[in-house]
Design a protein around this ligand. Structure first.
Ligand SMILES: C[S@@+](CC[C@H](N)C(=O)[O-])C[C@H]1O[C@@H](n2cnc3c(N)ncnc32)[C@H](O)[C@@H]1O
Length: 184
């Protein structure tokens, strides 16, 4: 799906692509390797520092998907790679409106998330004590919310866990969408 997304962005003439909730920057770097002008944004200063340290040639900034420090219609693409899974579902309409706002007409969106209907709360993960919610959502529900935000869903992929992935993680979903040339 990342390859298809990169092809669609390039076919549309290219332009800046925001990897929103980029974490350590691995997807930003992967897209850059596919010829996409990708940069990363993450809420966490620590993640931004790690991404900058690992990929010093790429641009990473601190910011939130709920209120992006970007002008309207400036991005050729947005990727949200498992970055909305911690967002309370009630906040998703606001996040998707931000994606729509910053995308140029014709701009592409790729969103990855855990498919299902579940909220898991973690008190310990990645070797740390923490307080973290992880939301599984149905692809139909996410597609509906994207549509409500004015984005047109073009394709969906739902895959089962790979060998080596914990089967308790369940299926993963990927939706490709775009901002229509004219908002209806
Ligand atoms: C599960 S990680 C995924 C990281 C990265 N996309 C990847 O696949 O390696 C979720 C990331 O989303 C970021 N995040 C969560 N809420 C955010 C928000 N409102 N704005 C920006 N980043 C956010 C977290 O800080 C974290 O780095």
């Amino acid at each position: 799906m990342l390859g298809a997304f990169a092809e669609l962005v390039r076919a549309g003439g290219g332009g800046p692509v925001g990897d929103l909730g980029c974490g350590p920057g691995r997807v930003t770097a992967y897209l850059h390797g596919l010829g996409v002008d990708a940069f990363g944004v993450d809420l966490s200063d620590g993640m931004v520092a790690e991404a900058r340290r690992t990929y010093p040639e790429l641009r990473f900034e601190q910011g939130s998907m709920t209120a992006l420090d970007m002008a309207d219609g400036t991005l050729a693409g947005v990727v949200a790679w498992y970055s909305t899974v911690h967002t309370p579902p009630a906040l998703l309409p606001k996040v998707f409106q931000e994606f729509h706002r910053v995308l140029a007409p014709g701009g592409q969106l790729l969103i990855a998330f855990k498919a299902g209907d579940l909220l898991r709360h973690l008190d310990h993960a990645y070797g740390h004590d923490l307080s973290l919610d992880v939301h599984w959502l149905s692809p139909d529900r996410v597609a509906e919310l994207l549509g409500d935000a004015g984005l047109a869903v073009d394709a969906r992929l739902v895959r089962e866990p790979h060998e080596g992935e914990r089967t308790s993680q369940g299926p993963q979903a990927y939706l490709l969408a775009h901002r229509p040339a004219t908002d209806g």
